[in-house]
Design a binder for this molecule. Structure first.
Ligand code: ARG
Length: 468
């Protein structure tokens, strides 16, 4: 290390006491987190206010010191919000930037704020507070998207489209029904975030560096001040684990997986080959060479961003996996993946929630596609079973009817009664009621089935639930 690389006078005043030389300039940059953890400033100040209030209540700080700290922190918050705060890399992170500014402002009392606390429990508290707010935002956006899905499902409850397995036409369903499948996926996503929030909502404050503190603190008090539902029971665990961040990223990765599947369907449906939906122009872009193109960029980008969020989940899992207890500097690396996961998730949810009300279904194309591919073949088999034929035999009979229709280049419902009866004498004139697309969807009239009546009832019930 050359002398030149040493920033004179840059040894951190918060911990410089035992050091004989200043921090290397590159090392100072390398180890600093203020560039990104300043995003936690509001939570850092909120946490400090609660900590100071607790210290006063316990007689560890005087009322006057407490009042000075509260006043100073409030001013700092204003400076930060107004963009007037000068962040310093030499002060390493958000915690020491705020504390130094406080001491500059109020003197001795500022130096006492850190009594009975460490940056280790401080940062763990900040992240948990931040994530509570983040999850609330995510939940709001998922619910907005669910609202759009339910509205569209209510409008399109009887619109017939092909249901697919293996991307082959399988059975007719309604578009509203397909949309409500998306709703259910998101409902489970909501549950995952609600669980994650409840689990992380406990206070690490008082854990201090790793073993607790020698001061007579009141952890329940500061926890309550901060709206936590309880306190972390073990201080080693409180300062070292970031499983809640991993859990958040896992829940986010699952949402993105869902959004990626929705994207894929929108991209397919918006293609000329399918023509099931029209994405509004304002969510698409053109091609610089092919004038006819209208590209579904928004869903494509959401599909693409899924990989990025999976990456963050793996970054955090890997970050955590080999760390011995308790806090290690590795944990500083939790923030950027976490923040980017949140931002990406919110953007993708927003794009979908904005897009949903403007999605237009091309009913004719959907109907035409459902009529292709013998989508009512199962209905014919079920019909035969009701006429007393065993299901396996019915399957065989329908297979032969399908072959007949392929040869005649028509749909099952277009075969003459004599043609069908040549395959099975169990078939009677009433068969046509079951071979139409409407007959097929209407027949699946039970909870969770695709009958328009079921879809409408479910959409209306969900609408009421979302409003509540
Ligand atoms: N900037 C640090 C982080 O994000 C704060 C905690 C630092 N603690 C320590 N013992 N170095 O993790």
């Amino acid at each position: 290390m050359s002398d030149k690389a040493v920033v004179q006078g840059q040894t951190n005043s918060a911990w410089g006491g035992r050091f004989q030389e200043s921090t290397d300039a590159f090392v100072a940059e390398f180890t600093a987190s203020v560039g990104f953890d300043k995003r936690l400033a509001k939570e850092d100040i909120t946490g400090s206010l609660a900590h100071a209030k607790m210290l006063v209540k316990q007689g560890i700080l005087t009322n006057e010191e407490g009042a000075l700290i509260a006043q100073g922190l409030a001013e700092i918050m204003q400076e930060i919000e107004a963009g007037r705060f000068e962040w310093s890399v030499a002060l390493e992170d958000v915690h020491m930037n705020v504390e130094k500014r406080l001491t500059d402002k109020i003197g001795e009392a500022g130096k006492k704020l850190h009594t009975g606390r460490s940056r280790n429990d401080q940062v763990a508290t900040d992240i948990r507070l931040f994530m509570r707010g983040a999850i609330d935002e995510v939940l709001k956006e998922i619910k907005r998207l669910q609202g759009g899905i339910v509205d569209l499902a209510e409008r399109e409850y009887a619109t017939i489209m092909p249901g697919f397995t293996h991307l082959q036409v399988a059975q007719p369903i309604t578009f509203g029904y397909h949309l409500l499948a998306w709703y259910e996926m998101l409902a489970r996503d909501v549950g995952r975030f609600v669980d994650c929030r409840a689990r992380l909502n406990v206070s690490p404050l008082g854990a201090a560096a790793l073993a607790g503190t020698t001061f007579a603190i009141d952890r329940e008090f500061s926890a309550q001040e901060l709206g936590f539902s309880g306190v972390c029971e073990n201080s080693l665990d409180a300062v070292s684990d970031r499983d809640f961040a991993i859990e958040f990223c896992a829940a986010a990765a699952i949402v993105l997986m869902h959004l990626s599947r929705f994207s894929e369907e929108l991209i397919l449906w918006n293609s000329a080959a399918f023509g099931f939906v029209d994405l509004p122009d304002r969510f698409c872009t053109g091609s610089s060479i092919m004038p006819q193109k209208k590209n579904p960029d928004v869903p494509e980008l959401v599909r693409g961003k899924t990989g990025r969020v999976y990456g963050h989940l793996f970054a955090l899992l890997t970050l955590m996996k080999s760390q011995p207890l308790a806090y290690n500097k590795d944990n500083q690396e939790d923030k950027e993946p976490l923040f980017d996961t949140l931002d990406t998730l919110l953007h993708c949810l927003r794009a979908f929630a904005d897009m949903m009300p403007a999605l237009k279904a091309n009913k004719d194309n959907m109907l035409r596609a459902a009529a292709k591919g013998f989508s009512t073949a199962t209905d014919l088999a079920d019909y035969l079973v009701r006429k007393g034929v065993a299901f396996r035999d019915a399957h065989e009979i329908v297979g032969r009817s399908v072959r007949l229709a392929i040869e005649a280049q028509c749909d099952l419902s277009e075969l003459a009664l004599e043609q069908l009866q040549a395959v099975s004498t169990a078939i009677e004139a009433d068969v046509y009621e079951y071979l139409t697309l409407e007959g097929s969807v209407n027949a699946r009239n039970h909870r969770g089935g695709t009958a328009p009546q079921q879809v409408l009832a479910r959409a209306q019930a969900l609408k009421a639930k979302l409003r509540a």
